[in-house]
Design a protein around this ligand. Structure first.
Ligand code: ADP
Ligand code: MG
Length: 450
């Protein structure tokens, strides 16, 4: 209010009491004008005040909403630790009302004497610098002690005088439990994956053992048959030689020779021995192949003929299938590759096995394996007459653990492992549905000098 004190003329009483004498109209006008001014000013102040009030209310509302929605607990207390205010989370946490808490000691919130003493110690020692992420148990509404990660910040007034502190805290039990559960789930998953990996290995091994057993069966029974024949022959030769040494007459010897069919024995011996040797060699080769297969995990770099590997894979899977599985193999005699024949064998066996799994319900299960050498690459196609691969599965069949087979039958690892092996050999493994029906798996590999 701007003041411009004018010296008003002295008031005089004349005539009727209560009537101002000597006050001119101009003075009244002046007063009225002044009042108007004051009134306008007041009005202005009122408006400003209301605006400020609204702002204050707004920011109070804002602070309140923040405090209420905070999941962390919050306590405001004075220098001695007497609680001045708390947020909704602390009310929920303790199960007490604001009135109960206001004016009580901060330290009563702690779960036991030990944590109370620790809190006192911490706040007196470090209160001025603040306390960060200190874990102490508070007493929850159900009476249990819940560990809470606490932070404490000192609180000052406008002139920097300490007023007390603000304490925030986050119950860590929930977090820990969630973390524990997560870790448990992760461990379980890892174990399951390992089990699956193990069962894929066991399945491979099973196929291998079945294949080897069949493979060995042939030469061994061959050798056994030959050795039995040789033993019979040996008996007859012994009988004849005994007669020779006993000085039997030439005519009798000739008769015995015919009877024991000695000439036939002599003619039979070389092929019998050759056959036995061959059978033994075959057995040795199979065992050799087995040794190579068992070196699956070694990163080998050796020349080998893929055609042989594929043919062996087909033999072994077909033998294990024990039903008629028409596999037609059209491959160049030599597909020279470099790498691990054992690992490649696993790839080929898996492809043939998958084809058998897909076609075994058909009336005439069939698989065609065609191979070509194109420039420096070998392209092998496996086309079966099964139902093919569902469109929505095509993108996933190389994913580890993707399988459409029942539990215990498929591990979903075969193609993913095969994909990795082919890739490590510098090649590619792809799948599509053949226009003539059935699935077609294509292996493309760089040819190496054998
Ligand atoms: N020749 C095929 N015909 C149809 N589906 C196939 C063929 N080969 C693979 N699949 C599909 O790909 C999936 C993954 O194969 P694979 O990785 O070898 O695992 P698994 O044989 O243990 O299921 C199979 O479950 C099957 O759904
Ligand atoms: Mg498989």
């Amino acid at each position: 209010m701007s003041e411009s004190p004018k010296s008003a003329p002295p008031l005089q009483h004349t005539g009727h009491p209560g009537e101002l004498v000597g006050v001119g109209e101009d003075v009244w006008m002046d007063v009225i004008h002044k009042m108007d001014e004051v009134y306008a000013d007041l009005l202005q102040y009122e408006v400003a005040l209301e605006q400020q009030n609204a702002k204050l209310e707004e920011s109070q509302q804002f602070i309140l909403s923040v405090l209420t929605s905070m999941s962390d607990i919050l306590v405001v207390c004075d220098r001695s630790g007497t609680i001045e205010d708390v947020n909704r989370s602390l009310l929920d946490f303790t199960g007490k009302t604001l009135d109960q808490l206001r004016g009580s000691s901060l330290f009563e919130l702690f779960a036991d004497d030990l944590s109370r003493a620790q809190a006192r110690h911490l706040l007196t020692l470090y209160g001025d610098d603040g306390v960060h992420d200190c874990e102490l148990p508070l007493r929850a509404r159900d009476g249990s002690a819940v560990p809470v990660s606490l932070n404490c910040t000192p609180r000052y007034n406008a002139v920097g005088k300490s007023l007390g502190m603000v304490i925030t805290g986050r119950p860590v039990g929930e977090l820990r439990r969630a973390y524990q559960a997560l870790r448990q789930a992760h461990e379980d998953l890892k174990r399951t994956q390992q089990q699956l990996l193990h069962s894929e290995k066991m399945a491979s091994l099973g196929r291998l053992v079945a294949g080897v057993a069949h493979e060995l069966n042939n030469p061994i029974s061959f050798i056994l048959g030959n050795v039995h024949a040789l033993r019979r022959y040996a008996g007859r030769l012994e009988q004849y030689l005994d007669a020779v040494h006993a000085g039997t007459s030439a005519a009798q010897l000739a008769e015995l020779r015919a009877e024991l069919r000695i000439d036939r024995i002599l003619a039979d011996l070389p092929p019998l021995i050759d056959g036995t040797i061959e059978g033994a060699e075959r057995t040795r080769d199979i065992v050799d192949g087995l040794k190579r297969f068992s070196a699956i995990d070694r990163d080998e770099q050796q020349p080998f003929n893929l055609t042989e590997v594929i043919e062996r894979a087909v033999r072994w899977v077909c033998k294990a299938a024990r039903q008629s599985f028409a596999v037609q193999v059209r491959l160049p005699a030599q597909i020279p590759l470099r790498g691990s024949p054992g690992q490649m064998q696993q790839v080929m066996m898996n492809l043939v096995q998958n084809a058998w799994d897909a076609t075994c319900e058909q009336s005439a299960p069939r698989l065609e394996i065609d191979g070509q050498l194109v420039g420096t690459r070998a392209i092998i196609r496996f086309h079966d007459n099964g139902p093919g691969i569902a469109e929505q599965h095509l993108a996933h069949i190389f994913d580890p653990f993707f399988t459409t087979k029942p539990v215990g039958k498929g591990t979903g690892l075969g193609l993913s492992i095969s994909y990795g092996i082919v890739e490590r050999h510098g090649g590619q493994l792809s799948a599509r549905n053949h226009p003539d029906g059935g699935a077609e798996l294509v292996v493309e590999l760089p040819v190496g000098s054998a």
